[in-house]
Write a protein that binds this ligand. Structure first.
Ligand SMILES: *Cc1c(COP(=O)(O)O)cnc(C)c1O
Length: 404
């Protein structure tokens, strides 16, 4: 009999990592700047830039560090206003606070995507835009880029959950000025911790590299992707020498050695994640109490989790649904109802008073979150789908039958 899967387990790390890690342990060469060239971190950057078709990649300690460095690299003034969707992870507004800027929260609709009316209303006066493609749901990038470009406001993409997602066939993370990704264990590439920033802008890259901790002339170990001109980058490095603080948020060679052999797995993980999502989404959408919002037309998703909205349930029934799913072996969290959830904006008390965002709040009170890793098998997917629809039936079926 198939049991409910442990959706928090990661995939095994490809075996090729073990030999490279043994070599690093033997030599003790764990720091990215010890070797004159081709350190594992430098190789990872080259391979990641190649995979994404970006000119430059900088690997750092986390996606949060990449977001922080992005803001610093844009040279925003202290207190600069940065638009973010109000549905994101607490680390995102935190990165803005860390960079001495001010987050401005934008409403998010029932489909988990940025409300473009609120975005357009809040864009005047903003100095930058940071788009979290939260849980891999891509907002309308055509509209966002058109508005931001017209206003002359740079766009950073928080693509922590969007590796492998495309928009009109373009890779998410390459549409804005800067794209940021995570190697934390719940993301598509798993090094435990880590992140990477990509850009085609030499000025942004040079500033981010230096501030990430390329002290003295270590920036010489950063180059453009082969085939791209590195002169612009070298000039930018020379311009910023000794003029920027060193925040030292580098990645270690060990983490790079763990990520590199996973890059070849990305297409398979994307394909399987999408297949799993489409399969479970279609099955649970048949329930009268469940709505799975449609993706936007130009988007091809790469999901590793599933979000859906409960329809017509009171708060008490929603809580009962969570419990019923748990009893059936599947953990489902309603973002707005699980205590201290880091994705509910009213819990970001470090911001001081958060604005009233009724649309986002209403969504968070009925939006359910469950993990759906690419490695799951069809019988496991069947168990998850049956647990979700069964839990809704447990709570609501009696009401329907007896018309209470
Ligand atoms: C995980 C995540 C982050 C933070 O990534 P870290 O590497 O843990 O700092 C930021 N944004 C989103 C949307 C995420 O899912």
């Amino acid at each position: 009999m198939t049991l409910p899967p442990n959706v928090y387990d990661a995939e095994p790390i490809p075996e090729a990592a073990a030999a490279e890690i043994a070599r690093l342990l033997q030599s003790g060469d764990l720091f990215r700047y010890t070797a004159p060239q081709d350190a594992p971190v430098a190789l990872l950057e080259r391979e990641f830039a190649d995979m994404m078709g970006a000119k430059y990649a900088l690997a750092v300690a986390s996606c949060s560090a990449a977001l922080f460095l992005s803001l610093k690299a844009l040279d925003l003034p202290r207190g600069a206003k940065v638009l973010i969707p109000a549905f994101t992870f607490a680390a995102v507004p935190s990165s803005i606070v860390h960079a001495d800027c001010t987050p401005v929260l934008v409403e998010v609709g029932d489909n988990y995507r940025i409300d473009m009316d609120d975005f357009a209303a809040k864009l005047p006066g903003a100095d930058a835009v940071m788009i979290s493609h939260m849980r891999g749901h891509t907002s309308d990038m055509d509209a966002i880029m058109a508005l931001a470009d017209t206003a002359g406001v740079p766009v950073i993409e928080d693509a922590a959950h969007s590796l492998g997602t495309t928009w009109h066939g373009r890779k998410i993370g390459t549409i804005g000025r800067i794209g940021c990704f995570s190697f934390q264990s719940y993301k598509l590439l798993n090094a435990g911790e880590g992140g990477v920033l990509i850009t085609d802008d030499p000025e942004v890259m040079a500033r981010a590299v230096i501030m990430s901790g390329a002290y003295e002339h270590n920036w010489q170990k950063h180059k453009a992707r082969p085939g791209e001109n590195s002169d612009d980058l070298a000039r930018a490095f020379a311009r910023w020498q000794n003029r920027l603080p060193l925040y030292n948020t580098r990645l270690s060679n060990l983490a790079a050695a763990i990520v590199r052999p996973q890059l070849a797995e990305v297409p398979r993980r994307v394909r399987d994640g999408r297949r799993n999502y489409d399969y479970v989404a279609a099955r649970i959408a048949a329930s009268p109490w469940i709505d799975v919002p449609e993706k936007l037309g130009p988007e091809q998703r790469a999901p590793d989790s599933l979000q859906f909205n409960l329809v017509g349930l009171t708060e008490a029934q929603t809580l009962a649904f969570q419990d019923a799913a748990k009893a059936r072996g599947v953990s489902v969290q309603v973002f707005g109802l699980s205590t201290d959830n880091a994705r509910a904006f009213w819990n970001w008390q470090f911001l001081g008073e958060t604005p009233d965002l009724p649309r986002t709040r209403a969504m968070l009170m009925k939006a359910c979150d469950t993990r759906l890793p690419a490695r799951l098998t069809q019988p496991e997917l069947d168990i998850i789908a049956a647990a979700i629809t069964g839990a809704a039936e447990d709570v609501m079926g009696a009401e329907r039958r007896f018309g209470t």
